[in-house]
Design a protein around this ligand. Sequence first.
Ligand SMILES: Cc1ncc(COP(=O)(O)O)c(C=O)c1O
Length: 369
Amino acid sequence: MKIPDFKLERYFAKHEFTSKYLLSSSDCDGYELKYVLECASKSEMELWEGMKLGYTESEGNPLLRDAIAQFYNNKSIENVVVASPGELNFIAMNVLLDSTDHVVTVSPCYQSLSEVVKTIGCEISYWKPKPENWEFNTDDLEKLIKKNTKLIIINFPHNPTGSYLKVSQLNEIVRIAEKHDLYIFSDEMYHKLMIGDMQELPPICDVYKKGISLWGTSKTFGLAGLRIGWLVSQDLKFLHSVVSYKDYLSICNSAPSEILSIIALNHFDKFLLPNIQKIKSNIRLFDDFYKKHKQINGFIPPKAGSTAFVKLNIENSSLDFSNKMVEEAGIMTVPAEMFEYVGKYIRIGFGRKNFSEALVEFDVYLNKL
Ligand SMILES: Cc1ncc(COP(=O)(O)O)c(C=O)c1O
């Protein structure tokens, strides 16, 4: 099976480890191993020190699945499968879909949410927000449903726009899915990064029997390097198929990552709260910053999550803008082209502690243009 390049990940591969400032990252700074271990209880420390580096259980360490299950209504480990987030997305689509199916996905989106579906051969329709406020309208979604629609893919908090739904809108999506007997794959990678005053959405698996929730340690926890994610669903047959498919990919998870994830989940606030604080304070900095620069054409602060999609007032394309800035000033931004979005936008990521320093350099760069 051939799949086109993942443009955004290739762009990161080119610049992430050579640029001085990352202004577009969607994750929060990675915590140090020392910090994670300092959070550990005595029994978690024993688990860490006694860990064996052999193969692990395909579904995920039962202690980890139990720690994950505590975040959902259905607290059984049977409903949880652990793998890396990208892998879980890839497997879920392959398990659920045939080439004759139609799928509706949010757009702009993290490319794997559309590309895997297209590679399977499915017909795809895009549910798009209004660019004035990045709000998604559920009436628009319902109009996209066809006879052969099998799956709706959503992602709230939304990457890249920072859009979020009201609980009533999520209920409406569930109503549409129920009416047409559809699955909902809900990419909840930014779950619990609540930075505004909107009510937190329940995970889709808690409110819909054909709902599949994806979450992991990369964004909310500041532990992207663990490569740990999980699917939670009431549909056990689906989850068993995911585990079987995984035998052709990673087979099982890395034992150290599993144990570090257990510690992070059991001491959740120590990971979440510093990230929320950092994101909120960086949003305030950017809100002051953008008003001073004519090249930035308005700012819609994220309602939840760690990113915003910011419109530029420039002559050339956003790709050209980002390429020049990273080459000339070592500041990396992700342009709209990486999301197949037409228009001059860049993603801004608020999860990094050197954000204020990056803004100083960004200021110098924009003033020189
Ligand atoms: C919406 C969304 N889903 C999934 C992922 C994949 O997460 P990971 O990089 O941990 O595999 C990302 C990463 O940026 C994302 O933004």
